[in-house]
Every structure is written in structure tokens, then in C-alpha cells.
Design a protein around this ligand. Sequence first.
Ligand code: FMN
Length: 318
Amino acid sequence: MLLSLAPMEGLTGHVFRRVHAEHFGALDRYYTPFLTPPHPGSSFGKRAAAELDPANNRGLTVVPQLLTKDAGQFVWAAEVLAEMGYTEVNLNAGCPSGTVVAKGRGAGLLRDVEALDAFLQDVCARSPLAVSVKTRIGVVDDGEFEKILAMYCRHPLAELIVHPRVQKDRYDGVPRRSIYAEALAAAPFPVAYNGDIFGEDDRDALLAAYPQTRHVMLGRGVLANPALARVLRGGAALSREELERFHDDLFDAYLAEIGGNAVFRMKEWWFYAQHAFANPLAVHRRVRKVRKVAEYRAAVEGIFASEAFAAIARFDTK
Ligand SMILES: Cc1cc2nc3c(=O)[nH]c(=O)nc-3n(C[C@H](O)[C@H](O)[C@H](O)COP(=O)(O)O)c2cc1C
């Protein structure tokens, strides 16, 4: 089974991908957090350029993800990406953020299925790269998916990655896996599953219900347990020493990239990584108010010196 790392804005960018792969081995595929395509004729901005620079992604299979509803922008970006050596480009049809949706992007694309149909028609005809889509299953109601899926099935997609929640769910509730199964059964192209795979039990339940599953995209589960892919492949559980070494290299890499703002980047990671410890709340309290690099280092030293490690590192939505 293919295992990939989900695009997560602010969390799974090139620094995380590189350090994670160095410590835990590469996943089969990595998706960049969403990038806004440049206007036709211009080039990607500085941050996106760093994200896409082949030197920052050496040895990894990376699929850039674009957030747009403009076919011209998408195709232009795909041309630029093709020149950089990429072979696939992914469309974000799932971002639930109110401001994104209001502009008709991300999950907002699902509000107007006819417009998305025309967009994909144009993009699939003109893109020099294979086009995949990461999608939610609707805006308000999962009944919307029947029409959405029929529309996707009319296009030669490289893959459809289904996160079976609607936009209004954001990340709440339980993913509607039977809706993923509808896509699996009907689509003429490969379908991937994404959502709430945090441990072996989740993987087992998914595969027991849908044994045809061939690609699972992991997100928050890998942030809480960077050894998750290894564990799902039958390897050893995460150890405290491994997490500490990984943490130290990740922090150093962010410091080199963005200076003191690395503290804030790491605090976002701790929101997930706290679940590697028996008392996540205690871990959260230790890093919550920290601002300066020295304070941060002291807080983290305290965590690794005195907080008990969880029996199983596992993201918890509660
Ligand atoms: C903080 C955060 C940032 C995210 N950024 C993106 C993004 O840039 N593009 C995207 O398609 N999905 C994004 N997602 C959604 C994830 O890729 C994934 O679909 C979601 O976390 C569910 O998978 P999981 O349960 O394995 O975490 C983001 C989710 C979170 C929590």
C-alpha cells in the first residue's frame, strides 16, 4: 500500500519533509501545502519557490498542490512545474477556510459543480502534467457527492484523493468512509483515502472494510507520531530518543530557514506532537507561553527530561 504525507499549511513544508525523511525514511509521496499559482507570465513567489526548489526536495517524490479556480493560472503553473521536473500537479478542492471558500477556491470549488467541470475540462486538456485532485465530499451534505463524483469521473485524472468530510465538518466528526468507497467503486482512475488514520487499528478497520484501498494519505497522525508510516509497515514503535533527535534537527533546520520564528513553527508542531506523551496537556502548558529561542530550548529540555512518554504515540482529536 502506498503511504503519502498530506499537504498541511505551515506544517509539512520542505523543511519538515527533509528532516522527517532523514530520520524516519521517505514516505512514498509528499504533497506540498497549497501554493497560490503565479499570474501567467510571472514566476512563483519566494516562499513557493523555496518549497518547490528541487534542491530542497532531493530524493523525495513531491507533488505540488495548487489552490486556484483559474484554469489559466493552473495551466501556467503546471508549465513552470514541468520545466522544474515535476510530473504531477494536485488541485486543492478541500480547504475549508471561510476566506478561501468565499473566493470559490478549495472546498468552495464544490459549490459550483458545473464550473469545476469546465475548469477540469480545460486544465486536463492543456496541462503538460498529470492532474490529480484532493477533494472533500461536499459543502454541507454528503448527498452532494453523487453529482461531484460523476463529474470527476468524466475527466482523465491521475488520482482522486478523498477526504470524506464536507466543508462544514471542518475536521470534526467521523470521516464518512462509505462515501470514499463509492468513489473507489466508481472511478476509472486510482482513488486514495485520507482522514483520521492515526494508528494500526484505524488502518486495519479501513482495510477490513475496503480491502481495495491502495493509497492512504497520512496527516495529523504523522505529526503526532513521526514513526507512523514505519509502524503501519510493521516496524518499531516511536522511541523518546528518536523523537528528541528528530525534534532537535527539525528545530535547527527551521532556525536556519526562518530564524527566531522557528519557535512559533515548532509550537504548531507541538499541538500534534504533545500526543506522543502520556500527559499532552502538561506538555502543551510547558511550551504555550514561550517566545524566545532560549526559553523554548529550556522548555523542551524539561519535556524530554521529565514528561512520561505515551504507551502509543497517537493523535487524539479530543
Ligand atoms: C493545519 C492544517 C493545514 C492543512 N493544510 C492543507 C493544505 O495546504 N492542503 C490540503 O489539501 N489540505 C490541508 N489540510 C488537510 C490535510 O491535508 C488532511 O486532509 C486532514 O488533516 C485530514 O487528514 P488526517 O486526519 O490524516 O490529518 C490541512 C489540515 C490542517 C489541520
